[in-house]
Design a protein around this ligand. Structure first.
Ligand code: FER
Length: 309
């Protein structure tokens, strides 16, 4: 059967297009602000040296812990959903662990961190070197809708990324706390993420400081609320936060979002970590950010008002 060009165009437009993960885009294509010009100020510089060579490589002498993808019932979405959990080498129900909830970007799902910056390698190496504490890392699917696959125009899933706040607070955290041996207090609960997940971490973390006290945003995306909306009361937030970690690559067209937040935090004397590295909106930035954040979380607090016990 022959199709007219119009029928073909209509047919093609109904097929799912590849997820617009910035890593998957051909060079030169920069949707929705990724390619915006970057202006750097004197503050926009590295807070840490480059990670050492091999930090993201499997070491034969280092046990990898266990990483499993498991189902949970989400009352807020009304479906059975999936999340990936890293438990550290030697995990034992005789111990209790702090938990890092780690969120993916706009084109990702519960498998993205493992593909981009595997915690079983980066974290296990740091734990073996005693640079990070033993922790559980939970990687959920942050697209809280019935069909949560990263297909089609993923930018249209933004409302489901906002809706994930309810799934996280009411379904994911309670499920993890009854399934794993965890320390169930805010002093031992962290929330971090990349890009769209960085925006979620700021929105949900700063909006629920009774639940989270360690927060990380790696190149947060335009879903991030305005600074004054995120932190209406900087003095109160400073008392509750153990860590507010913000990072971005100096070649990332979305840097205006994190710069705007950093400037607000400076103006309002809110202690935080601001790290600008040589990368763009890309996997080297996610890997290095996870490496740096993991060495602070649950142990080094620039705002020691509420230290971990
Ligand atoms: C946008 C640009 C980028 C946006 C989201 C992103 C909601 C997210 C990028 C990512 O997660 O990598 O305009 O709007």
């Amino acid at each position: 059967m022959r199709h007219s060009p119009l029928t073909l165009a209509l047919l093609l437009s109904t097929l799912p297009i590849a997820a617009q993960n910035p890593d998957d885009l051909p060079p030169g294509q920069a949707p929705r602000g990724f390619g915006a010009p970057v202006e750097l100020g004197p503050d926009d510089k590295p807070a840490f040296p480059l990670p050492p060579k091999g930090f993201d490589q499997k070491r034969p002498d280092v046990p990898q812990g266990k990483t499993e993808t498991i189902p949970y019932e989400s009352k807020s979405v009304g479906t059975t959903r999936k999340l990936t959990v890293y438990s550290p080498p030697g995990y034992s129900s005789d111990k209790k662990y702090p938990v890092l909830y780690l969120l993916h970007g706009i084109g990702g799902d519960e498998t993205e961190w493992q593909r981009f910056a595997p915690p079983e390698i980066i974290l296990s190496n740091l734990i073996a070197d005693k640079k990070a504490v033993e922790m559980i890392v939970v990687m959920p699917n942050g697209r809280a809708q019935k069909d949560d696959r990263a297909i089609g125009d993923v930018f249209r899933h933004a409302p489901a990324f906002a809706a994930f706040e309810q799934d996280l607070l009411k379904d994911v955290i309670p499920f993890i706390e009854k399934t794993y041996s965890v320390l169930p207090e805010r002093q031992h609960r962290a929330l971090a993420g990349l890009s769209m997940g960085g925006g979620q971490s700021l929105n949900f973390g700063l909006g629920n400081l009774e639940t989270f006290s360690w927060i990380g945003a790696f190149a947060p995306a335009p879903n991030t609320r305005q600074p004054a909306e995120l932190i209406p009361n900087p003095k109160a937030a400073a008392k509750q936060l153990n860590l507010l970690f913000l990072s971005c690559g100096k070649n990332d067209g979305l840097i205006r979002i994190s710069k705007g937040l950093h400037q607000y935090l400076e103006k309002n004397d809110l202690p935080h970590t601001w790290h600008v590295d040589e990368n763009a909106h890309d996997t080297p930035h996610w890997r290095a950010s996870l490496y740096h954040f993991s060495q602070l979380v649950f142990q080094k607090s620039p705002t020691p008002a509420d230290p971990p016990r």
